[in-house]
Each structure stands twice: as structure tokens, then as C-alpha cells.
Design a protein around this ligand. Structure first.
Ligand SMILES: [Zn+2]
Length: 210
């Protein structure tokens, strides 16, 4: 006699996102999103939205003000336009994530590097947001996980080589239903992705299975 079937816990998802690739997913409250920089020095451009109110977008000025820091790291809270808490950073083995530089785009690459038709995080965001019925106007200033953008007292800002090591990761805990969107930065013209974009791993750990 077989025992009664037990409901399976919601399976954890793990995907390898290739160099230059993109991903998005919905997380419920209490789910975790783990992003791993598999080879080091790989920028991961990140957006998120309240799933119950997708136009309530991640808001970095609110996030910076309420955390009293320009950097995102363990303990940081990610807030929305309506100052609702979207994510808390639970773990961070790198310690440095950028809130200043935004995403790369065809247009800015043309101005900065005189190149045309490059792969870009903005193009990745546009393609990924379309899956959720969201358009380019919903692209806001994004977090750049594992990307290093130091600034000087006089305000000078540069994109520097990242300090993330192979296997460094961040774990984000969803504080309400959220849509997370990321671009594994394809940039080859500055050090955002170490000059040579590499794969990352994305995992969703369901609260029900934790
Ligand atoms: Zn990029």
C-alpha cells in the first residue's frame, strides 16, 4: 500500500544565464532570489516592481535615502516609488553594489565608444519587460550588482574593475510579491563586466520549500 501523496514543495529554480543574457521572474513574499557571479567581475543590472502594482517600481533615491547609503549590501532594503519595501538584501559575499551608473544602451555606447548596434542591458530590459506587459518607459535607474562605480569628493564618477570573486553572491528576500528583471551585462567597452562578459547563476528559493 502506498502512502498518501504529499504535496511537493514548490521546486527551487536554478538557471545559468549566459554572458549577455537576461532573466525575469515573479517571487512571492518570503521567496529568495540568489544571484551568483560565477567567474567574478560580472555586472548584473537589476530592476524590480511590485507584482500587485507593477507601476510601483524600484526607486533608488528612496532606497538611498532610507538606507542612508549609496551602496547596496547586506541589510540594505530596496524600496519602491511609494516607499514600499520590495526586497531586503539577506546575504552578500561581495560587499559592493552600484546604484549610480544605470544600464548600458546602444545610444550611450554610441556616444561613449563610437560603436553601433551593440548588445546592451537596455535592450535586454525592453525584451524582458515585454513579457510582463511593461514598456521601455518602465525602465528606471537600476541596481548594478557586482559593479563598482567609485566617486570622488569633487563628484567625479568612473566605472572601475569589479571586486567580485568567482562564486560571489547576493541573496534577496522578497518582502511582498515582486517581479524581478535582470540583464547579465553584455558590455565589452568598459570594465563593468571585466571587459569580457561571463555567465551568472540565478536561483529562486520558494518560501514554501525553505
Ligand atoms: Zn550593461
Amino acid at each position: 500500500m502506498t502512502s498518501p501523496a504529499r504535496p511537493e514543495p514548490a521546486a527551487a529554480l536554478r538557471e545559468i544565464i549566459p554572458a549577455g543574457g537576461r532573466w525575469s521572474g515573479r517571487l512571492e513574499s518570503g521567496d529568495r532570489l540568489r544571484i551568483t557571479d560565477l567567474e567574478g567581475q560580472q555586472a548584473v543590472d537589476f530592476l524590480c516592481y511590485g507584482a500587485d502594482m507593477p507601476l510601483d517600481r524600484m526607486n533608488l533615491p528612496n532606497t538611498i535615502k532610507l538606507n542612508r547609503s549609496l551602496y547596496v549590501t547586506k541589510g540594505s532594503r530596496i524600496y519602491s516609488d511609494h516607499a514600499r519595501l520590495l526586497f531586503t538584501v539577506e546575504e552578500d559575499s561581495c560587499g559592493y553594489h552600484d546604484t549610480l551608473a544605470g544600464c548600458c544602451s546602444n545610444e550611450s555606447n554610441r556616444l561613449r565608444y563610437d560603436v553601433t548596434s551593440t548588445a546592451s542591458c537596455r535592450s535586454n530590459f525592453i525584451a524582458e519587460l515585454a513579457k510582463w506587459g511593461l514598456g521601455p518607459s518602465e525602465i528606471v535607474s537600476n541596481i548594478n550588482f557586482f559593479m563598482r562605480v567609485p566617486f570622488k569628493e569633487d563628484g567625479e564618477v568612473v566605472i572601475a574593475h569589479g571586486i567580485s570573486k568567482p562564486g560571489d553572491q547576493v541573496v534577496l528576500k522578497a518582502e511582498q510579491p515582486v517581479i524581478a528583471v535582470l540583464s547579465n551585462c553584455p558590455q565589452e567597452h568598459n570594465p563593468a563586466a571585466g571587459g569580457k562578459p561571463t555567465p551568472i547563476a540565478v536561483e529562486v528559493i520558494r518560501a514554501a520549500a525553505a
